[in-house]
Design a protein around this ligand. Structure first.
Ligand code: FAD
Length: 290
């Protein structure tokens, strides 16, 4: 069935208006941002809601990319296309442009948002892996106030987040640390498809060239896009080398929990998790200072 069930529709005019509507309408209501995940689910009757609260008019309030000295702040309504096209963002975090180049197609990228991607909490979502890689934190607001949640705590499981009833995601914040860079790679069956497996990596170096910190985020190889702390621990304090990338690749292969499906076998995805970890770590290091 490609037609959603009947629902009421209202356009929120401010963040407070949206939160007020969410509180009043409760669990029968959902926010709609780009609609590229929610509406297909409603059309297939995998999700049914009595009310949709459209937050597209909040783009002026929540559609920002702000680069500060020590952090980047990106509003929840920032669209894939804006993340792809921002030269300033690509300069600080090239991983965003790498990832956005391989997310869906222009139609989806023109409408889909950072907030919708994170709140959908699909384990294959590329931006969730990017945010995990960059150790992002999520700013959530409800009528009781605003709170900040780390990416580790934001995703509670597939399709489940820390955003509670009557709350919405406002902004995602990314710490900037010196002498670092990042990269993203994805294997997909055809252009614009969801990942068979993808990996993001970010590396920061000390003045003596050893690794100060290294983070890896994987997508589509487990129930959640959590980071892999064992990779950070294994690389810290050592100079980057092919042997070190091999070690990180082995950790990534062991840490993931892929399932066999129409996109590939669990073994193939596990192999990809290792190979993409190796490649993105190597590329992130090559980009430092470049
Ligand atoms: C054909 C196609 C191909 C795609 N390919 C890829 C791909 O390769 N990689 C990839 O990562 N993604 C892919 N996507 C998904 C795409 O990136 C979506 O845009 C994204 O998943 C959801 O963003 P949205 O703004 O459309 O969210 P919506 O569909 O509007 O919302 C998704 C969920 O998030 C909630 N929500 C939205 N904003 C907020 C907020 N601010 N606070 C709280 N809750 C909120 C909604 O209530 C809903 O539950 C694809 C989608 C399509 C249709």
């Amino acid at each position: 069935m490609q037609v959603p069930g009947p629902f009421e529709y209202e356009r929120a005019t401010t963040v407070d208006h949206a939160i007020g509507l969410l509180e009043r309408l409760g669990s029968t209501a959902r926010l709609v941002a780009g609609g590229h995940s929610l509406l297909p689910m409603m059309k297939l009757r995998l999700a049914n809601f009595d009310y949709l609260i459209d937050i597209n008019d909040l783009h002026a309030e929540l559609g920002h990319i702000v680069i500060e000295n020590d952090q980047v702040r990106i509003g929840a309504m920032t669209r894939h296309r804006e993340l792809l096209e921002s030269d300033e963002l690509a300069r600080v975090f090239p991983i965003f442009r790498d990832a956005e180049r391989v997310i869906a197609d222009p139609v989806v990228r023109n409408r889909g948002t950072l907030g919708g991607s994170l709140c959908q909490a699909d384990p294959s979502e590329d931006l969730s892996a990017v945010c995990t890689t960059l150790n992002a934190s999520c700013v959530i607001r409800g009528s009781a106030g605003t709170r900040t949640v780390s990416m580790e705590d934001f995703h509670r499981g597939p399709y489940e987040t820390a955003v509670g009833d009557g709350e919405m995601l406002l902004e995602v914040r990314f710490p900037i640390k010196p002498n670092g860079s990042s990269a993203y790679e994805k294997v997909e069956r055809r252009a614009g498809d969801w990942a068979v497996t993808s990996a993001g990596a970010a590396v920061w170096l000390n003045d003596d060239g050893t690794v100060a910190d290294a983070r890896v985020g994987l997508a589509a190889v487990g129930p959640n896009t959590t980071g892999i702390p064992a990779i950070s621990a294994a690389m810290a304090g050592l100079p980057p080398s092919e042997e070190l990338y091999d070690r990180a690749a082995a950790i990534a292969r062991d840490a993931c929990e892929p399932a066999t499906d129409q996109r590939g076998s669990a073994d193939y995805k596990r192999h990809l998790a290792g190979e993409l970890t190796r490649r993105t770590l190597r590329r992130a290091v090559q980009r430092i200072g470049g």
